[in-house]
Design a protein around this ligand. Structure first.
Ligand code: DC
Length: 222
């Protein structure tokens, strides 16, 4: 039987970088489910389809193939119709599109089996919004990783500046708050801690301390 760890929390809490490191240290596969929603968002952008429930979105879903692979370094690669879109899905536009399209019920249903299959075949730390509540309700450990909106915006702002993206802190903070609102107010699978989740708040923690906190929670509970 494979072991599943559900890691949920808002955008920019550092889930992906923290979980990647913890997964490596513990010998688990890190699965970033946000990349799947981003990929569908990218497909919608390319097709000029609005991110809301519609026959157009359903028809788009029936035409595309989204799949996950792991490269030699064990890093996740996401494919849209066989094309590696792992970098293309990381722009602010793709983030906002992903947040909007992830509220479409048929999009969530479309991605459910793909996520569950990953957990059936591997020991995973699965990162998302609804992993502990919907995707893997029987996960062995559920962690809800969060930090204040300001701390999360600060981190994301630094990342974007490092990548050379032209933006301001205020703009990033506004995006963080707008995505929080979208992600936690949608009718289906909203972002909320599972009842049996363990809360880890990284507002006051640096990266190394956050990794340590997650590893400790996993070791103490597995
Ligand atoms: O984790 P991320 O920022 O890459 O996720 C992109 C968007 O996808 C985010 O705004 C919410 C959505 N998402 C979701 O609804 N459910 C998940 N399990 C993962 C992401």
């Amino acid at each position: 039987m494979s072991i599943a760890i559900a890691l949920d929390g808002p955008a920019g809490a550092g889930k992906s970088s923290i979980a990647k490191r913890a997964a490596k240290a513990l010998g688990y596969i890190y699965v970033d489910t946000g990349a799947l929603y981003r990929t569908i968002g990218l497909a919608a952008m390319r097709a000029g389809v609005e991110p809301q429930p519609s026959a157009e979105v359903d028809s788009l879903l029936s035409r595309i193939t989204v799949s996950l692979e792991f490269n030699e370094q064990g890093e996740q690669v996401v494919l849209l119709d066989g094309e590696d879109v792992s970098s293309l899905i990381r722009t602010p536009e793709a983030s906002m599109m992903a947040s909007k399209i992830s509220a479409v019920p048929s999009v969530r249903a479309y991605l459910l089996d793909l996520q569950r299959d990953m957990a059936k075949t591997h020991n995973v730390i699965m990162d998302g919004r609804d992993i502990g509540t919907v995707v893997l309700p029987d996960a062995k450990i559920k962690i809800f990783l969060t930090a204040s909106p300001e701390a999360r915006a600060e981190r994301r702002y630094k990342e974007l500046v490092e990548k050379g993206t032209d933006t301001t802190f205020e703009e990033v903070l506004r995006d963080v708050k707008e995505r929080d609102y979208n992600d936690s107010h949608r009718a289906i699978a909203p972002l909320k801690p599972a009842e049996d989740s363990i809360l880890v708040d990284t507002t006051e923690l640096d990266f190394e301390q956050s990794v340590e906190a997650i590893i400790n929670v996993i070791k103490e509970n597995r």
